[in-house]
Design a protein around this ligand. Structure first.
Ligand SMILES: Nc1ncnc2c1ncn2[C@@H]1O[C@H](COP(=O)(O)OP(=O)(O)OP(=O)(O)O)[C@@H](O)[C@H]1O
Length: 303
């Protein structure tokens, strides 16, 4: 089996007395989209900078695409697309000039590829970088990360600064990269933007991983509100006893409830009647995500 795309073992980074990472064990498989989630200051950027050898670890092991970033940094950088959280570009050159220059550093990128990405993100390549808005500079950052079709994309808070339409376009780029067999590692402090594209999510808190789960697993565990409309009134009691179902109310022919986890029992019970309509809100993974934090905190408080 191929090496994982990213692997770290007991990775520690201290900044003087500040703890950046306190022992991070991370494993990202080839071909997956991995969402790296955590609040500000959790250690996401520190991890990413270590993976790219922009900073050096205090201790621990790092392997990226089977190589050691400390030894093979230059060769590795060509195989990686990186978007920094604080991606800054400035200068008198046009966006096209900058992207062509960066493309040449990575062994050359076809002009048509740059044009295609720019068109999708609605980026005017002829404009000078200096005159671009923050959002447009972020687009330059996205284009430079994807344009050479790298094996591994490492994206630090990639959608911050993009408007909702562009976020969707960005997520399409991520899905296409995955369909091509590439690996994507993207950090965020917002669950909702990651859940749409990620296969797995790792949650980092205070310098270490709190949990790793598949997005479907999180979805299964998530809580949602459901509303079912029947042809005839139904009995509240029939539904209140179902696994995962709580807070049942029946008003006329409409049943409303809270659903914790999978919908199977509720759907099967409802199917015993004539169902006119069914509404289920998207599960709020955000709630679950913060649930992990508070659980962690209560464990610590108890200790
Ligand atoms: N250069 C530095 N010097 C001192 N402390 C630092 C430095 N960089 C990061 N830290 C500390 O390390 C911890 C992790 O920071 P990091 O930037 O990796 O978090 P993050 O999860 O990326 O958050 P953000 O989204 O805010 O960037 C924080 O407590 C931060 O204060």
């Amino acid at each position: 089996m191929a090496d994982p795309a990213i692997e770290t073992g007991d990775l520690v980074k201290t900044y003087g007395r500040n703890r950046g990472l306190t022992g991070l064990d991370l494993r990202v498989e080839r071909g997956e989209v991995y969402g790296f989630l955590g609040p500000n200051g959790a250690g996401k950027s520190t991890t990413i900078r270590l993976l790219l050898d922009l900073i050096r670890p205090t201790s621990g092991r790092i392997s990226v695409l089977g190589a050691d970033p400390r030894r093979d940094g230059v060769a590795l950088r060509r195989r990686i697309g990186y978007l920094a959280g604080d991606f800054v570009v400035d200068g008198r050159q046009s966006a096209r000039e900058l992207l062509t220059y960066l493309g040449n550093l990575r062994g050359g990128v076809p002009r048509a590829r740059i044009d295609e990405l720019a068109a999708r993100l609605d980026l005017d390549l002829g404009r000078r970088i200096r005159g671009l808005s923050k959002g447009n500079r972020q687009k330059v950052g996205v284009v430079q990360a994807f344009m050479h079709d790298p094996e591994l994309l490492i994206l630090d808070e990639p959608t911050s600064g993009l408007d909702p339409f562009l976020q969707q376009e960005f997520l399409s780029l991520v899905r296409e990269a995955r369909a091509d067999g590439r690996t994507v590692f993207m950090s965020s402090h917002v669950m909702s933007e990651v859940q749409q594209a990620a296969d797995r999510v790792g949650i980092i808190r205070e310098g270490r991983l709190v949990t790793v789960a598949r997005v479907e697993e999180l979805r299964e565990r998530a809580v949602r509100r459901v509303e079912v409309t029947f042809a005839e009134p139904v009995a509240e009691a029939e539904f209140a006893a179902l696994p995962g179902v709580s807070e049942v109310t029946v008003a006329g022919t409409t049943l409303r409830c809270r659903l914790d986890g999978r919908a199977d029992a509720l759907v099967k019970a409802a199917a015993g009647h004539t169902v006119i309509g069914l509404l289920s809100e998207e599960p709020d993974l955000e709630e679950l995500f913060f649930g992990y934090y508070s659980r962690e905190e209560s464990v610590r408080a108890a200790a």
